[in-house]
Design a protein around this ligand. Structure first.
Ligand code: NI
Ligand code: MN
Length: 227
């Protein structure tokens, strides 16, 4: 399985006939390294919450690829109302569903989820994250979140790879993200949601230094790991 970081919170998971993108904030992200093949053949789009830097290019990617959009019911209902042809699957926090490619569970996040629709804020349900299990591998994408005790429960999932925000201001900073790693105990962790916007500045090397007993992998935009 190839897991590629596309900048900010965007992650691409690719494996045979499965190509899933999480929080595809690409065209509006100035640091995104454009690569058209990234968004070709996308089978699934996962959206953690309604903010523009997470919904991102969801609509254009779904239109182009007829992808299945998986998010909370408020966000998928919003998208479906805009375009009836979208294929959607609603989830809610704590709920999981067995898809043909594996299982997706929506996890809690401490964050907002309003959708900005032409300047008007629309209720976007509760912000979340995702726990994805495929072929015995578990990947956790925290979305945007503050530190929460709920993360402690993820320890029981034996997570192989965790994407955690470290940028502060809107989410956990490095100090809290380090605490989150101690709660979750993932086999590998990749920091996200830093440097890509003005208010979220954090040094991923400092995050790594503070977790000597963990495997912390810092990915530049467009870099990937094999899982
Ligand atoms: Ni957000
Ligand atoms: Mn964000």
């Amino acid at each position: 399985m190839k897991v590629k970081f596309l900048g900010h919170s965007a992650v691409l998971i690719e494996d045979k006939d499965f190509k899933c993108i999480i929080d595809p904030y690409l065209s509006q992200n100035q640091s995104y390294i454009e690569n058209p093949s990234d968004i070709e053949g996308i089978t699934h789009i996962l959206i953690t919450h309604g903010h523009g830097d997470h919904i991102g290019d969801c609509e254009s990617i779904a239109l182009k690829n007829n992808s299945l959009i998986i998010s909370n019911i408020e966000i998928v209902s919003y998208l479906k109302a805009k375009n009836k042809s979208f294929k959607v699957h609603p989830l809610q926090i704590g709920g999981s569903y067995q898809f043909d490619f594996g299982t997706v569970k929506m996890t809690p996040a401490l964050h907002g989820s309003a959708i900005n629709h032409n300047g008007e804020l629309i209720y976007g349900g509760l912000a979340g994250g995702f726990l994805i299990e495929r072929n015995g591998m578990k990947i956790y994408h925290a979305g945007d979140t503050g530190l929460s005790m709920e993360m402690k429960l993820l320890e029981y999932d034996n997570i192989d790879l965790a994407f955690l925000p470290i940028g502060g201001n809107y989410t956990m900073d490095i100090t809290d993200a380090v605490r989150a790693v101690h709660f979750i105990k993932p086999k590998q962790v990749i920091p996200i949601h830093y440097h890509s916007r003005g208010l979220i500045q954090a040094d991923p090397e400092e995050f790594k230094r503070k977790l000597p007993e963990y495997k912390v992998t810092i990915l530049k935009n467009s870099e990937y790991i094999e899982l």
